[in-house]
Write a protein that binds this ligand. Sequence first.
Ligand SMILES: Cc1cc2nc3c(=O)[nH]c(=O)nc-3n(C[C@H](O)[C@H](O)[C@H](O)COP(=O)(O)OP(=O)(O)OC[C@H]3O[C@@H](n4cnc5c(N)ncnc54)[C@H](O)[C@@H]3O)c2cc1C
Length: 374
Amino acid sequence: MKNAQVIIIGGGLAGLTAAIHLSLFKIKVILIEKETFPHHKVCGEYLSNEVQSYLNSLNIDLSQLNPCQINKFEYSTNSGRKISSDLDLGGLGISRYNLDNFLYKKAVNSGCEIIFNTVTSVDFEEDQFTVNTSEGLSLQAKFVIGAYGKRSVIDKSLNRDFIQKHSRWLAVKSHYKNDSFPSDLVALHNFNGGYCGLSKTEMDTVNVCYLATYKSFRRFKNTDEYRENVLMKNPHLERFFKNSSPVFEKELSIAQVSFEAKTQVEDHILMIGDSAGLIHPLCGNGMAMAIHSAKIVSESLLAYFDNTDIIRKYVEETYRERWNLQFKNRLKTGRMLQSVLLNRSLAEFSQNIISNVPGIMPHIIKRTHGNTII
Ligand SMILES: Cc1cc2nc3c(=O)[nH]c(=O)nc-3n(C[C@H](O)[C@H](O)[C@H](O)COP(=O)(O)OP(=O)(O)OC[C@H]3O[C@@H](n4cnc5c(N)ncnc54)[C@H](O)[C@@H]3O)c2cc1C
């Protein structure tokens, strides 16, 4: 049976960053990921700059991928009324295809072992974890980090609360060719039943990613019909789609996107990234939160491995506390914003206020983001 100090389940941004951080400090880490690299993922692909200096401290230099530098934001309601703002902190337009693959290679170079398997269950007994995969592997470790994203069979086996509830949301993503779309802009356009984000990536394509309710989607046969009859009712989206050509043969989609509150420690597993809590995508902060939570969990574990007086319970409590301190309010603001945005009259009304009170937009954006991580 394979052994490690830490097993990480899931090789997205959260899992790979934690793997790199811990491996750099000579912790024996095994990361288990179900997909091979590179692969596309449903995501808006706008990465807030708040994590740049932390990534640099791990010798991760994203400028090597030539990302777009984004410092402008615009938002429109379904009727097409638009407001614009500068983004104080800004971010990068970067595809998950290249970003995750880049981090995967860094993790391998940092000494982390990566196994391509699907984890089916995790057992905790006598202060030790056993992790089982669908391919019949069984591995043991002192700690397990859950970094397997929004939902997984593991959530079912852990009987987590959020998995019992039906979610209202599905998400769709694709890349489009559109040479006139500015490379420094992230746009968020409302439509009747959801919202759609647009931003350019280093692949010279525009990422188009939208979140929609099942209720609004149900009447249509497929995403083509939905795009034409619902998204394109917003004149900005109509103009965009009429002047763009799709790059992917088929759009990517995910079902059952849940924004229910989650627990950060479940059956002694330390949850990071979306496994610990998903912020509403309109905030454009999920990727940064995934990376930041990897930092917090890595520091908590390094303290344990450095100091024989620290016990598991202390690691779990400090991790939970630090996570909530950083992210709880952002999630709350995200929830509030989403309900305003999806209510047609509230969205128009709040846009009036935002247009007339300078400074309010940067303030809202700040509340959904963190400060630069040092
Ligand atoms: C529509 C939409 C748009 C978004 N847009 C943005 C945006 O513009 N900016 C932003 O910052 N955030 C955005 N987000 C949020 C962002 O995508 C996530 O917060 C981020 O991807 C979380 O990273 P993660 O590592 O936690 O999860 P993931 O990136 O999902 O990684 C989880 C990994 O675990 C693997 N896995 C799952 N189950 C198992 C298993 N059983 N065994 C082994 N491996 C497993 C998966 O294959 C996957 O690679 C958006 C989200 C949505 C839904």
